[in-house]
Design a protein around this ligand. Structure first.
Ligand code: FES
Ligand SMILES: [Fe+2]
Length: 290
């Protein structure tokens, strides 16, 4: 499939151009229940492509990035030498838009212009226009269908991240003004063990209780990078991986071990009340082993 798409794209790229150099292929529009800040943040976030959009992108190597956008070499999924491309995204907040260009490789010359229009406090509309140079008219409908389906999927995935992050930010605001509990009984030891892993709320924060080396420990459900959800994050040999950008954390030390400078927030200490045979979460104690 990758090779077939590569061939179609190669024919387009070597076709001599006549008339309109950059044909408009289609427009995708969608209303989203988020604010502009989340949307801009998402646009310049190159790191999430191979994780949040893993069925579309398999790998990304950033060349440069900043508040202006980013430039990177990316591979589609599955990775092959026929689907590498150099992408550049430039954000222009003054015009409420960002333009993504394919500078080299598969899809070279393509431009995707996205305008984001605020409609309310937490409501925007995105209007995405796709331009492909030298596209034979026989291929226009095929490209239009592919782009519309792809962007519907990408925005479904992005919405999960943007709305999830906003919900976490709101929760953090709430926690600032709330009184805190010193301890909380999570349940009877036997029942708890049968239902692991399980999540619980403590002092307006969410945690997951798991068993590691025969010890019950809790970890935060919020990633320190951009508050990604760790509720269903994979844990392998004590290492937890965030689904949004793939940062990895050692649950014993809470340290990030994938090279970024961040650390999991402390979680309550988990104790077993041996008289009552209950599992108890205690505030203010770091649950890491050392
Ligand atoms: S939110 Fe980015 S790695 Fe977790
Ligand atoms: Fe995205």
């Amino acid at each position: 499939m990758a090779f077939a798409n590569f061939l179609v794209d190669l024919v387009r790229r070597i076709t001599p151009s006549f008339g309109n150099q950059l044909a408009h292929v289609t427009t995708y529009t969608r209303e989203l229940p988020i604010n502009l800040e989340r949307m801009y943040e998402n646009a310049i976030d190159w790191e999430h492509l191979p994780f949040l959009h893993s069925s579309t992108f398999s790998e990304i190597e950033v060349i440069e990035s900043g508040d202006w956008g980013w430039k990177a070499k990316a591979f589609l999924t599955p990775k092959s030498r026929f689907n590498s491309m150099t992408l550049e995204l430039r954000l222009d907040k003054s015009k409420n838009r960002w333009i993504t260009k394919t500078l080299a490789g598969f899809g070279k010359g393509t431009e995707i212009w996205t305008h984001a229009i605020p409609l309310g406090k937490n409501k925007i509309k995105v209007i995405v226009d796709f331009y492909v140079p030298k596209l034979p008219s026989a291929l226009k409908a095929k490209y239009a269908g592919q782009y519309s389906a792809l962007y519907a999927q990408l925005y479904d995935e992005d919405l999960w991240m943007m709305a999830g992050r906003q919900a976490q930010l709101n929760k953090l605001d709430q926690a600032k003004t709330s009184t805190s509990e010193l301890s909380k009984v999570l349940g009877k030891l036997g029942e708890i063990k049968e239902n692991l892993p399980l999540t619980f709320e403590f002092n307006h924060q969410s945690y997951r209780l798991i068993e590691m080396n025969d010890t019950l420990i809790a970890h935060t459900l919020s990633c320190p990078h951009m508050l990604g959800p760790l509720k269903d994050a994979n844990v392998k040999e004590g290492i937890l991986e965030c689904p949004w950008h793939g940062y990895q954390f050692d649950l014993k030390t809470r340290k990030c071990i994938s090279g970024q400078r961040c650390k999991l927030a402390p979680a309550p200490l988990i104790k077993i009340d041996t008289n009552q045979m209950e599992v108890v979460a205690l505030q203010g104690k770091d649950n890491s082993y050392n």
